[in-house]
Design a protein around this ligand. Structure first.
Ligand code: PMP
Length: 432
């Protein structure tokens, strides 16, 4: 495998060029929980691609379904025409999602988020309540990098360069209480932090807020499970003010919490759910927005002559993505992938918390099959995370550094032997 001389044509700002050019981390093949580099070295995929390869890499049933579909019907759009497989994929996704009756297909998580925000604004307009224009997100939240998602997102570094995006936005405070450090799973303290939404309602008027969007477990901001009772409290405040509640399940969807969606595991019903990643096991790009019948019906019952929503992508319900989605959901079902995630959640939790005694580990957070190990800062923010990430790569384990936290979200197919292997690698590298 030849690495091209010119690595500069591909504008990829997150791949720091000098270090990368000196020692390119280039992956060539994948199978199950492992990648193989161009030099033939194996790397355990502790990040499941990027929180997305839930059934492991290169699953033969999914590969075969994509190949078959490409040979039969490579593409057809879904504007005033269709193809059965897109409708089949939609029906199967909706079947997995309790209380959800419809799915709007997109091509990515970022598009799903912008779609959900547009649905929320248009929903209120369809009900004659178009004055609701404010969108509420949360500090430290990641909702993709498109205009809407960036507006409601809470990671300053992503937003700083672009100035004001959607103008009518407010953010809930993100607070990780000291007493929640080293909590196993959802922390005990902090349900009251959801009252920050009531503060925003008092400040701006609850009747001006269209929607609140949160990740049930925040991922890319550093892995923060919700305090027990927090999401319930958000739901109550939304109900009291007629605000739509959107869960961004781009990471948590498709089994990471041991159920198809996190909202099921947490027992809180949102109005809209965004998903992507695990929808096709990260093969052909696909995302979607799940909606309740009540949301969709508001459009159907609107007095105007408008079609129900002026929105849609060339590739909404793309045949290859639809085929990949159907095959993926069959693999999840037939191999009981969500059940395995549920069963492995405790061994996973035991492993990550078993590292708490290592010098320099200042917090461990986990929920389902996701975790972060927070390292003490050394020098500038991110130095410790970057150094540990590099050493772990050399030792054969891929993690995702987020500042000085090491985030992990391995495929949901992990076994006890895999968990032991990850634990041993982490211990040897972090202890050193
Ligand atoms: N929402 C959440 C919660 C995410 O974690 C991500 C991606 N990590 C996105 C949205 C954006 O998804 P994509 O990168 O597919 O656009």
């Amino acid at each position: 495998i030849r690495i091209p001389n010119d690595l500069d044509s591909f504008w990829m700002p997150f791949t720091p060029s000098r270090a990368f050019q000196e020692a390119p981390r280039m992956l060539h093949k994948a199978d199950g929980v492992r990648y193989v580099t161009v030099d033939g070295a194996e790397k355990f995929d502790g990040t499941g691609g990027l929180w997305c390869c839930n059934a492991g890499h290169n699953h033969p049933r999914i590969v075969e379904a994509i190949q078959r579909q490409a040979a039969d019907l490579d593409f057809a759009h879904t504007f005033g025409q269709g193809h059965p497989i897109a409708f089949e994929a939609a029906a199967r996704v909706v079947d997995l999602a309790p209380g959800m009756d419809h799915v709007f297909f997109t091509n990515s998580g970022s598009e799903a988020v912008d779609t959900a925000l547009k649905i929320a604004l248009a929903y209120h307009a369809a009900r004659g309540d178009g004055g609701r224009r404010m969108l509420v997100g949360r500090e430290k939240a990641y909702h993709g990098i498109n205009f809407g998602g960036l507006s409601v997102g809470g990671i300053g570094l992503n937003k700083g360069q672009f100035g004001t995006l959607y103008p009518s936005v407010a953010h809930l405070r993100h607070t990780w209480l000291e007493e929640n450090h080293f909590s196993r799973g959802m922390p005990e303290h902090g349900a009251h932090l959801a009252d920050d939404l009531q503060r925003l309602c008092d400040l701006h008027g609850g009747h001006t807020i269209a929607a609140v969007i949160v990740e049930p477990v925040s991922g890319a901001g550093g892995v923060f499970p919700p305090p027990k009772g927090y999401l319930e409290r958000l739901r109550e405040i939304c109900d009291a003010h007629g605000i739509l509640l959107i869960f961004d399940e781009v990471i948590t969807g498709f089994g990471r919490m041991g159920t198809a969606f996190a909202y099921e595991a947490f027992g809180v019903q949102p109005d809209l759910v965004t998903c992507a990643k695990g929808m096709t096991n990260a093969t052909v790009p696909m995302g979607g927005v799940l909606a309740t019948a009540a949301v969709r019906d508001a459009f159907r019952q609107a007095p105007s002559k408008m079609p129900d929503l002026f929105h849609g992508y060339t590739y909404s319900g793309h045949p290859l993505a639809s085929a990949a989605c159907i095959a993926t959901l069959e693999v999840y079902r037939d191999e009981d992938i969500f059940g395995n995630a549920a069963r492995m959640a405790t061994p996973w939790e035991d492993m990550v918390h078993g590292l708490a005694d290592i010098d320099g580990v200042i917090d461990v957070r986990n929920c389902g099959i996701i975790a972060a190990i927070q390292l003490a800062q050394q020098g500038a923010v991110g130095d410790a995370g970057r150094a540990a990430h590099a050493k772990l790569w050399e030792a054969g384990l891929i993690v995702r550094p987020i500042g000085d936290a090491l985030a992990m979200s391995p495929p949901l197919t992990i076994t006890q032997a895999h968990v032991d292997e990850i634990g041993a690698t982490l211990r040897s590298v972090l202890a050193a």
